[in-house]
Design a protein around this ligand. Sequence first.
Ligand code: ATP
Ligand code: MG
Length: 569
Amino acid sequence: MRQSHFYSPTLREVPADADAKSHQLLLRAGFIRQNVSGIYSFLPLGKRVLRKIETIVREEMDGIGSQEVLMPALQPSELWEESGRWHTYGPELMRMNDRHDRTFALGATHEELITSLVRDEVKSYKKLPMVLYQIQTKYRDEKRPRFGLLRGREFIMKDAYSFDADQEGLDNSYNNMFNAYKNVFSRCGLNFRAVLADSGAMGGKDTHEFMVLADIGEDTIAYSSGSEFAANVEMAPVKINYSKMDTALQNKEIVQTENIKSINEVTEYLDVSASECIKSLLWIADDQPVLVLVRGDHEINDIKVKNVLSSQVIELATEEQTREILGCEVGFIGPIMIPDQVRVIADNAVQFIVNGVCGANERDKHFINVNPERDFQVEFYEDLRFITEGDPSPDGKGNIVFAKGIEVGHVFKLGTRYSESMNAQFLDKNGKSSSIIMGSYGIGVSRTLAAVVEQMHDENGILWPSTLTPFDLHLICVNPKKDDQSALGERLYDQLKTDRWDVLYDDRKERAGVKFTDADLIGIPIQIIIGKRADEEIVEVKNRQTGNKAEVSVSDLKQFLSNLQTEIR
Ligand code: ATP
Ligand code: MG
Protein backbone atom coordinates (compact mmCIF):
# COMPACT_ATOMS: atom_id res chain seq x y z
CA MET A 1 0.00 0.00 0.00
CA ARG A 2 1.31 3.40 -0.94
CA GLN A 3 1.08 5.80 1.94
CA SER A 4 0.60 8.75 -0.41
CA HIS A 5 -2.90 7.41 -1.14
CA PHE A 6 -3.51 5.67 2.17
CA TYR A 7 -6.25 6.91 4.45
CA SER A 8 -4.39 7.12 7.76
CA PRO A 9 -4.76 10.64 9.05
CA THR A 10 -2.35 11.12 11.95
CA LEU A 11 -2.83 13.73 14.65
CA ARG A 12 -0.03 15.60 16.39
CA GLU A 13 -2.10 16.55 19.42
CA VAL A 14 -3.54 14.23 22.02
CA PRO A 15 -7.32 14.72 22.06
CA ALA A 16 -8.29 16.34 25.35
CA ASP A 17 -10.99 13.87 26.30
CA ALA A 18 -8.88 10.76 25.65
CA ASP A 19 -7.61 9.43 28.98
CA ALA A 20 -6.54 5.95 28.01
CA LYS A 21 -3.20 5.51 26.26
CA SER A 22 -4.80 3.17 23.73
CA HIS A 23 -7.48 5.72 22.94
CA GLN A 24 -4.92 8.48 22.40
CA LEU A 25 -2.61 6.37 20.28
CA LEU A 26 -5.31 4.80 18.11
CA LEU A 27 -6.72 8.25 17.36
CA ARG A 28 -3.33 9.88 16.82
CA ALA A 29 -2.00 7.11 14.61
CA GLY A 30 -5.16 7.11 12.47
CA PHE A 31 -6.57 3.68 13.34
CA ILE A 32 -9.98 4.89 14.48
CA ARG A 33 -12.19 7.97 14.54
CA GLN A 34 -15.00 8.71 16.94
CA ASN A 35 -18.39 9.36 15.35
CA VAL A 36 -20.35 10.05 18.53
CA SER A 37 -19.66 9.16 22.14
CA GLY A 38 -18.81 5.46 22.41
CA ILE A 39 -19.19 4.86 18.67
CA TYR A 40 -16.21 4.56 16.35
CA SER A 41 -15.22 3.98 12.75
CA PHE A 42 -12.28 1.76 12.03
CA LEU A 43 -10.02 3.32 9.43
CA PRO A 44 -7.91 1.09 7.17
CA LEU A 45 -5.13 0.55 9.74
CA GLY A 46 -7.63 -0.28 12.47
CA LYS A 47 -9.63 -2.54 10.23
CA ARG A 48 -6.51 -4.49 9.30
CA VAL A 49 -5.68 -5.21 12.94
CA LEU A 50 -9.29 -6.03 13.70
CA ARG A 51 -9.31 -8.56 10.88
CA LYS A 52 -6.19 -10.22 12.26
CA ILE A 53 -7.74 -10.57 15.69
CA GLU A 54 -10.88 -11.96 14.10
CA THR A 55 -8.83 -14.46 12.12
CA ILE A 56 -7.13 -15.70 15.28
CA VAL A 57 -10.50 -15.96 17.01
CA ARG A 58 -12.00 -17.86 14.05
CA GLU A 59 -9.09 -20.28 13.87
CA GLU A 60 -9.33 -21.07 17.56
CA MET A 61 -13.12 -21.38 17.49
CA ASP A 62 -13.08 -23.60 14.41
CA GLY A 63 -10.28 -25.58 16.08
CA ILE A 64 -12.60 -26.73 18.85
CA GLY A 65 -15.36 -27.61 16.41
CA SER A 66 -17.38 -24.47 16.97
CA GLN A 67 -19.50 -23.42 13.96
CA GLU A 68 -19.73 -19.85 12.76
CA VAL A 69 -23.13 -18.26 12.26
CA LEU A 70 -24.26 -14.67 11.89
CA MET A 71 -27.33 -13.52 13.74
CA PRO A 72 -29.18 -10.22 13.37
CA ALA A 73 -28.46 -7.23 15.55
CA LEU A 74 -32.15 -6.34 15.42
CA GLN A 75 -34.07 -8.64 17.72
CA PRO A 76 -37.82 -8.75 18.41
CA SER A 77 -38.78 -7.84 21.96
CA GLU A 78 -40.92 -11.01 22.21
CA LEU A 79 -37.78 -13.11 22.66
CA TRP A 80 -36.56 -10.90 25.48
CA GLU A 81 -40.02 -11.08 27.04
CA GLU A 82 -39.76 -14.86 27.02
CA SER A 83 -36.47 -14.89 28.89
CA GLY A 84 -37.68 -12.14 31.21
CA ARG A 85 -34.80 -9.84 30.30
CA TRP A 86 -36.93 -7.26 28.48
CA HIS A 87 -37.82 -6.02 31.96
CA THR A 88 -34.58 -6.72 33.83
CA TYR A 89 -31.85 -5.67 31.39
CA GLY A 90 -32.30 -1.98 32.05
CA PRO A 91 -31.36 1.09 30.02
CA GLU A 92 -28.21 -0.53 28.55
CA LEU A 93 -30.47 -2.35 26.12
CA MET A 94 -31.22 -0.11 23.16
CA ARG A 95 -34.87 -0.40 22.22
CA MET A 96 -36.84 0.85 19.25
CA ASN A 97 -40.04 0.50 17.28
CA ASP A 98 -40.52 -0.31 13.62
CA ARG A 99 -43.10 1.39 11.36
CA HIS A 100 -45.77 -1.06 12.54
CA ASP A 101 -44.97 -0.17 16.12
CA ARG A 102 -43.45 -3.55 16.90
CA THR A 103 -40.74 -3.29 19.53
CA PHE A 104 -37.16 -4.39 18.96
CA ALA A 105 -33.86 -4.38 20.77
CA LEU A 106 -30.43 -3.94 19.28
CA GLY A 107 -28.60 -7.05 20.47
CA ALA A 108 -26.50 -6.46 23.58
CA THR A 109 -25.90 -10.19 23.61
CA HIS A 110 -27.55 -13.11 21.84
CA GLU A 111 -28.66 -15.74 24.36
CA GLU A 112 -32.31 -15.20 23.48
CA LEU A 113 -31.80 -15.25 19.76
CA ILE A 114 -29.58 -18.33 19.70
CA THR A 115 -31.86 -20.22 22.06
CA SER A 116 -34.80 -19.48 19.77
CA LEU A 117 -32.81 -20.74 16.77
CA VAL A 118 -31.67 -23.92 18.43
CA ARG A 119 -34.92 -24.88 20.13
CA ASP A 120 -36.75 -25.07 16.85
CA GLU A 121 -34.20 -27.33 15.18
CA VAL A 122 -32.24 -29.33 17.74
CA LYS A 123 -34.57 -31.93 19.19
CA SER A 124 -32.39 -34.97 19.89
CA TYR A 125 -29.36 -35.77 22.04
CA LYS A 126 -27.75 -37.08 18.85
CA LYS A 127 -27.04 -33.50 17.73
CA LEU A 128 -25.37 -32.60 21.03
CA PRO A 129 -22.87 -31.31 21.96
CA MET A 130 -23.00 -28.34 19.63
CA VAL A 131 -21.20 -25.00 19.80
CA LEU A 132 -22.15 -21.98 17.67
CA TYR A 133 -20.37 -18.66 17.46
CA GLN A 134 -20.47 -15.37 15.62
CA ILE A 135 -18.40 -12.23 15.31
CA GLN A 136 -20.82 -9.38 15.31
CA THR A 137 -21.58 -5.84 16.38
CA LYS A 138 -23.13 -5.43 19.80
CA TYR A 139 -25.00 -2.46 21.23
CA ARG A 140 -25.02 -1.42 24.86
CA ASP A 141 -26.04 2.04 25.92
CA GLU A 142 -23.29 2.20 28.55
CA LYS A 143 -23.79 4.79 31.25
CA ARG A 144 -20.20 5.94 30.88
CA PRO A 145 -18.76 5.07 27.50
CA ARG A 146 -15.07 5.84 27.81
CA PHE A 147 -11.50 4.93 27.09
CA GLY A 148 -12.21 4.67 23.37
CA LEU A 149 -12.68 1.10 22.22
CA LEU A 150 -12.38 -0.22 25.77
CA ARG A 151 -15.95 0.73 26.65
CA GLY A 152 -18.03 1.56 23.61
CA ARG A 153 -21.75 1.71 23.03
CA GLU A 154 -21.33 -0.12 19.73
CA PHE A 155 -18.54 -2.69 19.72
CA ILE A 156 -17.46 -5.94 18.16
CA MET A 157 -17.85 -9.13 20.10
CA LYS A 158 -17.26 -12.77 19.41
CA ASP A 159 -20.01 -14.59 21.21
CA ALA A 160 -20.31 -18.34 21.41
CA TYR A 161 -22.93 -20.62 22.91
CA SER A 162 -22.59 -24.27 23.80
CA PHE A 163 -25.42 -26.79 23.95
CA ASP A 164 -25.04 -30.01 25.89
CA ALA A 165 -27.12 -32.92 27.07
CA ASP A 166 -25.64 -33.12 30.56
CA GLN A 167 -23.43 -31.37 33.10
CA GLU A 168 -20.38 -33.38 32.09
CA GLY A 169 -20.86 -32.26 28.52
CA LEU A 170 -21.04 -28.64 29.66
CA ASP A 171 -17.83 -29.04 31.70
CA ASN A 172 -16.16 -30.35 28.59
CA SER A 173 -17.42 -27.56 26.32
CA TYR A 174 -16.38 -25.02 28.94
CA ASN A 175 -12.86 -26.43 29.19
CA ASN A 176 -12.46 -26.47 25.43
CA MET A 177 -13.55 -22.87 25.24
CA PHE A 178 -11.33 -21.91 28.16
CA ASN A 179 -8.29 -23.35 26.37
CA ALA A 180 -9.25 -21.73 23.07
CA TYR A 181 -9.46 -18.36 24.86
CA LYS A 182 -6.01 -18.87 26.34
CA ASN A 183 -4.72 -19.51 22.83
CA VAL A 184 -6.44 -16.44 21.40
CA PHE A 185 -5.01 -14.04 23.96
CA SER A 186 -1.54 -15.64 23.87
CA ARG A 187 -1.49 -15.31 20.10
CA CYS A 188 -2.42 -11.65 20.49
CA GLY A 189 0.77 -11.26 22.51
CA LEU A 190 -1.10 -10.27 25.67
CA ASN A 191 -0.04 -10.61 29.29
CA PHE A 192 -3.30 -11.86 30.77
CA ARG A 193 -4.72 -14.00 33.53
CA ALA A 194 -7.78 -16.23 33.54
CA VAL A 195 -9.49 -15.03 36.65
CA LEU A 196 -11.91 -16.98 38.74
CA ALA A 197 -14.83 -14.60 38.91
CA ASP A 198 -17.20 -16.44 41.21
CA SER A 199 -15.51 -18.96 43.44
CA GLY A 200 -16.74 -22.51 42.93
CA ALA A 201 -15.99 -23.13 46.61
CA MET A 202 -18.73 -20.71 47.45
CA GLY A 203 -21.26 -22.58 45.40
CA GLY A 204 -21.32 -20.16 42.48
CA LYS A 205 -21.58 -21.24 38.89
CA ASP A 206 -18.28 -21.64 37.11
CA THR A 207 -17.21 -18.45 35.45
CA HIS A 208 -13.84 -17.05 34.47
CA GLU A 209 -12.92 -13.65 33.18
CA PHE A 210 -9.86 -13.18 31.00
CA MET A 211 -8.08 -10.12 32.25
CA VAL A 212 -5.33 -8.20 30.49
CA LEU A 213 -2.98 -6.67 33.06
CA ALA A 214 -3.00 -2.90 32.56
CA ASP A 215 -3.22 0.09 34.88
CA ILE A 216 -6.25 1.52 33.09
CA GLY A 217 -8.23 -1.65 33.93
CA GLU A 218 -11.37 -1.23 35.99
CA ASP A 219 -11.06 -4.46 38.00
CA THR A 220 -8.45 -5.39 40.58
CA ILE A 221 -7.18 -8.91 40.36
CA ALA A 222 -5.07 -10.92 42.75
CA TYR A 223 -2.65 -13.26 41.05
CA SER A 224 0.22 -15.45 42.15
CA SER A 225 3.85 -14.66 41.50
CA GLY A 226 4.53 -18.39 41.31
CA SER A 227 1.62 -20.06 39.54
CA GLU A 228 -1.36 -19.47 37.24
CA PHE A 229 -3.63 -18.70 40.18
CA ALA A 230 -5.67 -15.53 39.64
CA ALA A 231 -8.98 -14.33 41.04
CA ASN A 232 -11.00 -11.20 41.41
CA VAL A 233 -9.89 -9.59 44.64
CA GLU A 234 -13.36 -10.08 46.12
CA MET A 235 -13.29 -13.76 45.30
CA ALA A 236 -9.75 -14.81 46.19
CA PRO A 237 -9.73 -17.27 49.08
CA VAL A 238 -7.14 -16.64 51.80
CA LYS A 239 -4.89 -19.52 52.74
CA ILE A 240 -4.57 -20.14 56.49
CA ASN A 241 -0.96 -19.39 57.19
CA TYR A 242 -0.88 -17.86 60.66
CA SER A 243 0.95 -18.88 63.79
CA LYS A 244 0.41 -18.06 67.44
CA MET A 245 3.02 -15.98 69.21
CA ASP A 246 4.78 -18.01 71.81
CA THR A 247 4.14 -15.76 74.81
CA ALA A 248 2.38 -16.34 78.11
CA LEU A 249 -1.25 -15.27 78.28
CA GLN A 250 -1.66 -12.11 80.35
CA ASN A 251 -4.66 -11.12 82.39
CA LYS A 252 -7.31 -9.20 80.58
CA GLU A 253 -7.54 -5.56 81.64
CA ILE A 254 -9.77 -2.65 80.81
CA VAL A 255 -8.04 0.59 79.84
CA GLN A 256 -9.18 4.15 79.35
CA THR A 257 -9.02 5.24 75.69
CA GLU A 258 -10.61 8.61 75.46
CA ASN A 259 -11.76 9.36 71.90
CA ILE A 260 -9.46 6.61 70.60
CA LYS A 261 -11.61 4.85 68.04
CA SER A 262 -9.92 3.79 64.84
CA ILE A 263 -7.38 0.99 64.61
CA ASN A 264 -4.73 3.59 63.77
CA GLU A 265 -5.49 5.59 66.88
CA VAL A 266 -5.54 2.47 69.04
CA THR A 267 -2.18 1.20 67.79
CA GLU A 268 -0.57 4.55 68.36
CA TYR A 269 -2.11 5.19 71.78
CA LEU A 270 -1.56 1.71 73.20
CA ASP A 271 1.68 1.10 71.32
CA VAL A 272 0.57 -2.16 69.75
CA SER A 273 0.63 -3.35 66.17
CA ALA A 274 -2.54 -3.53 64.07
CA SER A 275 -2.17 -7.30 63.86
CA GLU A 276 -2.66 -7.47 67.64
CA CYS A 277 -5.97 -5.65 67.43
CA ILE A 278 -9.35 -7.24 66.92
CA LYS A 279 -11.45 -5.14 64.59
CA SER A 280 -15.16 -5.65 65.30
CA LEU A 281 -17.88 -4.53 62.91
CA LEU A 282 -21.57 -5.00 63.39
CA TRP A 283 -23.51 -6.12 60.31
CA ILE A 284 -27.19 -6.64 59.76
CA ALA A 285 -27.66 -9.83 57.76
CA ASP A 286 -31.30 -10.23 56.72
CA ASP A 287 -32.41 -8.43 59.91
CA GLN A 288 -30.08 -10.48 62.15
CA PRO A 289 -27.24 -8.61 63.91
CA VAL A 290 -23.87 -10.29 63.37
CA LEU A 291 -20.61 -9.10 64.86
CA VAL A 292 -17.78 -9.84 62.46
CA LEU A 293 -14.20 -9.91 63.77
CA VAL A 294 -11.02 -9.54 61.76
CA ARG A 295 -7.45 -8.67 62.64
CA GLY A 296 -6.77 -4.92 62.77
CA ASP A 297 -4.53 -5.06 59.70
CA HIS A 298 -7.15 -6.92 57.64
CA GLU A 299 -10.34 -5.79 55.89
CA ILE A 300 -13.66 -7.57 56.11
CA ASN A 301 -14.82 -8.97 52.78
CA ASP A 302 -18.58 -8.48 52.78
CA ILE A 303 -19.10 -10.92 49.91
CA LYS A 304 -17.48 -13.70 51.92
CA VAL A 305 -19.53 -12.75 54.99
CA LYS A 306 -22.71 -12.76 52.93
CA ASN A 307 -21.84 -16.15 51.46
CA VAL A 308 -20.98 -17.93 54.74
CA LEU A 309 -24.16 -16.60 56.32
CA SER A 310 -26.19 -17.53 53.22
CA SER A 311 -27.85 -14.13 53.50
CA GLN A 312 -29.77 -12.26 50.84
CA VAL A 313 -28.73 -8.80 51.98
CA ILE A 314 -26.07 -7.68 54.42
CA GLU A 315 -25.41 -4.13 55.46
CA LEU A 316 -23.14 -2.49 57.98
CA ALA A 317 -25.19 -1.44 61.00
CA THR A 318 -25.74 2.31 61.25
CA GLU A 319 -24.44 4.27 64.25
CA GLU A 320 -27.96 4.27 65.56
CA GLN A 321 -28.49 0.53 65.16
CA THR A 322 -25.14 -0.14 66.83
CA ARG A 323 -26.06 1.98 69.80
CA GLU A 324 -29.43 0.27 70.04
CA ILE A 325 -28.06 -3.27 69.83
CA LEU A 326 -24.76 -2.99 71.70
CA GLY A 327 -25.44 0.11 73.75
CA CYS A 328 -22.21 1.66 72.63
CA GLU A 329 -20.55 3.79 69.95
CA VAL A 330 -19.07 2.19 66.83
CA GLY A 331 -15.45 2.90 67.81
CA PHE A 332 -15.58 0.92 71.04
CA ILE A 333 -17.45 -2.27 70.23
CA GLY A 334 -16.00 -5.72 70.76
CA PRO A 335 -16.87 -9.38 71.21
CA ILE A 336 -16.77 -9.56 75.01
CA MET A 337 -20.05 -9.78 76.86
CA ILE A 338 -22.44 -8.99 74.08
CA PRO A 339 -26.19 -9.65 74.00
CA ASP A 340 -27.28 -13.20 73.17
CA GLN A 341 -29.16 -12.27 70.04
CA VAL A 342 -25.97 -11.05 68.37
CA ARG A 343 -24.10 -13.74 66.45
CA VAL A 344 -20.31 -13.50 66.54
CA ILE A 345 -18.19 -14.84 63.71
CA ALA A 346 -14.50 -14.29 63.06
CA ASP A 347 -11.92 -14.49 60.37
CA ASN A 348 -9.44 -17.37 60.71
CA ALA A 349 -6.59 -15.03 61.67
CA VAL A 350 -8.36 -13.85 64.84
CA GLN A 351 -7.95 -17.28 66.39
CA PHE A 352 -4.18 -16.78 66.44
CA ILE A 353 -4.17 -13.45 68.28
CA VAL A 354 -2.40 -13.55 71.67
CA ASN A 355 -2.92 -10.81 74.26
CA GLY A 356 -4.86 -8.69 71.79
CA VAL A 357 -6.82 -5.47 72.01
CA CYS A 358 -10.53 -4.96 71.41
CA GLY A 359 -13.31 -2.52 72.19
CA ALA A 360 -15.03 -2.94 75.56
CA ASN A 361 -18.57 -2.07 74.46
CA GLU A 362 -18.29 1.00 76.60
CA ARG A 363 -17.49 4.56 75.57
CA ASP A 364 -13.76 5.46 75.79
CA LYS A 365 -12.73 1.96 76.91
CA HIS A 366 -10.80 -0.92 75.39
CA PHE A 367 -9.70 -4.30 76.69
CA ILE A 368 -6.05 -5.30 76.46
CA ASN A 369 -4.57 -8.78 76.83
CA VAL A 370 -7.63 -10.31 75.26
CA ASN A 371 -7.40 -13.95 74.21
CA PRO A 372 -9.91 -15.70 71.95
CA GLU A 373 -11.73 -18.66 73.50
CA ARG A 374 -10.65 -17.64 77.01
CA ASP A 375 -12.28 -14.20 76.91
CA PHE A 376 -14.92 -14.57 74.23
CA GLN A 377 -16.51 -17.23 72.09
CA VAL A 378 -17.25 -17.16 68.41
CA GLU A 379 -19.75 -19.26 66.50
CA PHE A 380 -17.15 -20.17 63.90
CA TYR A 381 -13.88 -19.08 62.31
CA GLU A 382 -13.92 -18.74 58.54
CA ASP A 383 -12.17 -16.96 55.70
CA LEU A 384 -13.88 -13.56 55.96
CA ARG A 385 -11.28 -11.08 54.82
CA PHE A 386 -9.92 -9.60 51.61
CA ILE A 387 -6.71 -11.12 50.41
CA THR A 388 -3.77 -8.67 50.50
CA GLU A 389 -0.57 -8.31 48.54
CA GLY A 390 2.14 -10.55 49.93
CA ASP A 391 -0.32 -13.18 51.23
CA PRO A 392 0.63 -16.70 50.19
CA SER A 393 -1.16 -17.84 47.04
CA PRO A 394 -4.15 -20.07 47.91
CA ASP A 395 -2.63 -22.87 45.85
CA GLY A 396 0.51 -22.76 47.96
CA LYS A 397 2.73 -21.60 45.10
CA GLY A 398 4.13 -18.07 45.27
CA ASN A 399 2.73 -14.91 46.78
CA ILE A 400 -0.18 -12.68 45.88
CA VAL A 401 0.37 -9.63 43.69
CA PHE A 402 -2.36 -7.15 42.78
CA ALA A 403 -2.87 -5.71 39.33
CA LYS A 404 -5.53 -3.83 37.44
CA GLY A 405 -7.17 -5.79 34.67
CA ILE A 406 -9.15 -5.16 31.49
CA GLU A 407 -11.76 -7.86 30.92
CA VAL A 408 -11.31 -9.06 27.35
CA GLY A 409 -13.16 -12.35 27.62
CA HIS A 410 -15.71 -14.11 29.73
CA VAL A 411 -16.70 -17.78 29.89
CA PHE A 412 -19.83 -18.69 31.77
CA LYS A 413 -21.82 -21.81 32.55
CA LEU A 414 -25.43 -20.80 32.01
CA GLY A 415 -26.99 -24.17 32.76
CA THR A 416 -30.69 -24.12 31.91
CA ARG A 417 -31.33 -20.43 32.59
CA TYR A 418 -32.45 -19.78 29.00
CA SER A 419 -33.46 -23.24 27.83
CA GLU A 420 -35.99 -23.48 30.64
CA SER A 421 -37.53 -20.04 30.30
CA MET A 422 -37.56 -20.30 26.51
CA ASN A 423 -38.48 -23.96 26.34
CA ALA A 424 -35.47 -25.40 24.50
CA GLN A 425 -35.95 -29.13 25.08
CA PHE A 426 -34.36 -32.22 23.62
CA LEU A 427 -35.06 -35.93 23.86
CA ASP A 428 -32.35 -37.80 25.74
CA LYS A 429 -31.20 -41.41 25.12
CA ASN A 430 -34.20 -42.77 26.96
CA GLY A 431 -36.67 -40.67 25.05
CA LYS A 432 -37.16 -38.34 28.00
CA SER A 433 -37.50 -34.63 27.42
CA SER A 434 -35.05 -32.29 29.21
CA SER A 435 -33.79 -28.76 28.94
CA ILE A 436 -30.61 -28.22 26.95
CA ILE A 437 -27.64 -27.26 29.14
CA MET A 438 -25.96 -24.11 27.87
CA GLY A 439 -22.78 -22.11 28.21
CA SER A 440 -22.09 -18.60 26.98
CA TYR A 441 -18.70 -17.23 26.00
CA GLY A 442 -17.69 -13.76 24.89
CA ILE A 443 -14.59 -12.00 23.61
CA GLY A 444 -14.54 -8.26 23.22
CA VAL A 445 -12.80 -8.18 19.85
CA SER A 446 -12.57 -4.40 19.57
CA ARG A 447 -11.70 -4.13 23.27
CA THR A 448 -8.91 -6.65 22.74
CA LEU A 449 -7.45 -4.42 20.04
CA ALA A 450 -7.29 -1.53 22.51
CA ALA A 451 -5.97 -3.79 25.28
CA VAL A 452 -3.05 -4.78 23.06
CA VAL A 453 -2.15 -1.12 22.57
CA GLU A 454 -2.59 -0.49 26.29
CA GLN A 455 0.12 -3.07 26.95
CA MET A 456 2.33 -2.54 23.94
CA HIS A 457 3.44 1.00 23.37
CA ASP A 458 6.25 3.36 24.24
CA GLU A 459 6.55 7.15 24.33
CA ASN A 460 6.71 7.30 20.53
CA GLY A 461 3.77 5.14 19.65
CA ILE A 462 2.36 1.65 19.31
CA LEU A 463 4.45 -1.54 19.28
CA TRP A 464 2.37 -4.07 17.36
CA PRO A 465 3.12 -7.73 17.93
CA SER A 466 3.97 -9.53 14.70
CA THR A 467 0.68 -11.46 14.84
CA LEU A 468 -1.49 -8.33 14.74
CA THR A 469 0.53 -5.67 12.97
CA PRO A 470 -1.47 -3.89 10.24
CA PHE A 471 1.44 -4.42 7.81
CA ASP A 472 4.54 -6.64 8.07
CA LEU A 473 6.93 -3.97 6.86
CA HIS A 474 7.08 -0.21 6.74
CA LEU A 475 9.22 0.80 3.79
CA ILE A 476 10.22 4.44 4.07
CA CYS A 477 11.75 6.48 1.31
CA VAL A 478 13.37 9.39 3.14
CA ASN A 479 13.54 11.74 0.18
CA PRO A 480 11.55 10.63 -2.88
CA LYS A 481 12.76 13.72 -4.78
CA LYS A 482 16.16 12.05 -4.99
CA ASP A 483 16.11 9.74 -8.00
CA ASP A 484 18.32 7.01 -6.51
CA GLN A 485 16.13 6.82 -3.41
CA SER A 486 12.80 6.71 -5.21
CA ALA A 487 14.12 4.22 -7.79
CA LEU A 488 15.32 1.88 -5.05
CA GLY A 489 12.09 2.45 -3.16
CA GLU A 490 9.96 1.42 -6.12
CA ARG A 491 12.13 -1.60 -6.80
CA LEU A 492 12.10 -2.81 -3.20
CA TYR A 493 8.38 -2.20 -2.88
CA ASP A 494 7.72 -4.50 -5.85
CA GLN A 495 10.27 -7.04 -4.71
CA LEU A 496 8.99 -7.26 -1.16
CA LYS A 497 5.41 -7.64 -2.35
CA THR A 498 6.52 -10.42 -4.67
CA ASP A 499 8.18 -12.07 -1.67
CA ARG A 500 4.76 -12.00 0.00
CA TRP A 501 5.42 -9.31 2.52
CA ASP A 502 2.56 -7.02 3.36
CA VAL A 503 4.16 -3.60 2.87
CA LEU A 504 3.19 -0.05 3.72
CA TYR A 505 5.35 2.13 1.48
CA ASP A 506 5.91 5.70 2.64
CA ASP A 507 6.40 7.39 -0.73
CA ARG A 508 5.01 10.72 0.52
CA LYS A 509 6.73 13.96 -0.23
CA GLU A 510 7.02 14.84 3.45
CA ARG A 511 9.92 15.86 5.64
CA ALA A 512 12.00 12.95 6.93
CA GLY A 513 11.17 13.86 10.53
CA VAL A 514 7.43 13.61 9.85
CA LYS A 515 7.87 10.21 8.26
CA PHE A 516 9.92 8.80 11.10
CA THR A 517 7.51 10.15 13.70
CA ASP A 518 4.52 8.71 11.87
CA ALA A 519 6.23 5.35 11.40
CA ASP A 520 7.02 5.04 15.10
CA LEU A 521 3.51 6.16 15.99
CA ILE A 522 1.86 3.57 13.72
CA GLY A 523 4.16 0.94 15.15
CA ILE A 524 4.77 -1.60 12.41
CA PRO A 525 7.52 -3.81 13.91
CA ILE A 526 10.01 -3.58 11.04
CA GLN A 527 10.99 -0.36 9.24
CA ILE A 528 13.15 -0.33 6.15
CA ILE A 529 14.59 3.10 5.58
CA ILE A 530 15.91 4.13 2.19
CA GLY A 531 18.16 7.15 2.66
CA LYS A 532 21.55 8.61 1.78
CA ARG A 533 23.20 5.29 0.91
CA ALA A 534 20.59 4.31 -1.66
CA ASP A 535 23.16 4.75 -4.41
CA GLU A 536 25.33 2.10 -2.73
CA GLU A 537 22.31 -0.22 -2.47
CA ILE A 538 22.37 0.03 1.32
CA VAL A 539 19.26 0.53 3.46
CA GLU A 540 18.72 0.82 7.18
CA VAL A 541 16.50 -1.70 8.94
CA LYS A 542 15.00 -0.75 12.25
CA ASN A 543 13.42 -3.04 14.80
CA ARG A 544 10.64 -0.84 16.18
CA GLN A 545 10.32 -2.94 19.34
CA THR A 546 13.95 -2.71 20.42
CA GLY A 547 15.00 0.40 18.51
CA ASN A 548 17.97 -1.54 17.10
CA LYS A 549 19.11 -0.40 13.67
CA ALA A 550 21.35 -2.07 11.14
CA GLU A 551 22.67 -1.11 7.72
CA VAL A 552 21.90 -3.88 5.31
CA SER A 553 22.89 -4.29 1.73
CA VAL A 554 19.94 -4.88 -0.59
CA SER A 555 21.34 -8.21 -1.68
CA ASP A 556 21.26 -9.45 1.93
CA LEU A 557 17.87 -7.96 2.75
CA LYS A 558 15.78 -11.06 2.18
CA GLN A 559 17.85 -13.13 4.61
CA PHE A 560 18.10 -10.30 7.11
CA LEU A 561 14.33 -9.85 7.22
CA SER A 562 13.57 -13.48 7.70
CA ASN A 563 16.04 -13.58 10.62
CA LEU A 564 14.59 -10.44 12.12
CA GLN A 565 11.07 -11.80 11.84
CA THR A 566 11.91 -14.57 14.28
CA GLU A 567 13.26 -12.03 16.78
CA ILE A 568 10.25 -9.79 17.06
CA ARG A 569 7.38 -10.57 19.37
P1 ATP B 1 -17.96 -5.14 31.59
O1 ATP B 1 -17.97 -5.63 33.02
O2 ATP B 1 -16.63 -4.64 31.14
O3 ATP B 1 -19.10 -4.21 31.30
P2 ATP B 1 -19.53 -7.35 30.77
O4 ATP B 1 -19.46 -8.23 31.96
O5 ATP B 1 -20.71 -6.49 30.60
O6 ATP B 1 -18.21 -6.43 30.73
P3 ATP B 1 -19.96 -9.51 28.91
O7 ATP B 1 -21.42 -9.30 28.90
O8 ATP B 1 -19.43 -10.72 29.56
O9 ATP B 1 -19.23 -8.20 29.49
O10 ATP B 1 -19.45 -9.40 27.41
C1 ATP B 1 -18.40 -10.21 26.86
C2 ATP B 1 -17.20 -9.37 26.50
O11 ATP B 1 -17.54 -8.25 25.69
C3 ATP B 1 -16.48 -8.75 27.67
O12 ATP B 1 -15.58 -9.68 28.25
C4 ATP B 1 -15.76 -7.57 27.04
O13 ATP B 1 -14.52 -7.99 26.52
C5 ATP B 1 -16.68 -7.17 25.92
N1 ATP B 1 -17.43 -5.95 26.25
C6 ATP B 1 -18.47 -5.84 27.12
N2 ATP B 1 -18.92 -4.58 27.17
C7 ATP B 1 -18.16 -3.87 26.29
C8 ATP B 1 -18.15 -2.50 25.87
N3 ATP B 1 -19.03 -1.62 26.35
N4 ATP B 1 -17.22 -2.11 24.96
C9 ATP B 1 -16.34 -2.99 24.45
N5 ATP B 1 -16.31 -4.30 24.80
C10 ATP B 1 -17.21 -4.74 25.71
MG1 MG C 1 -21.09 -4.50 31.08
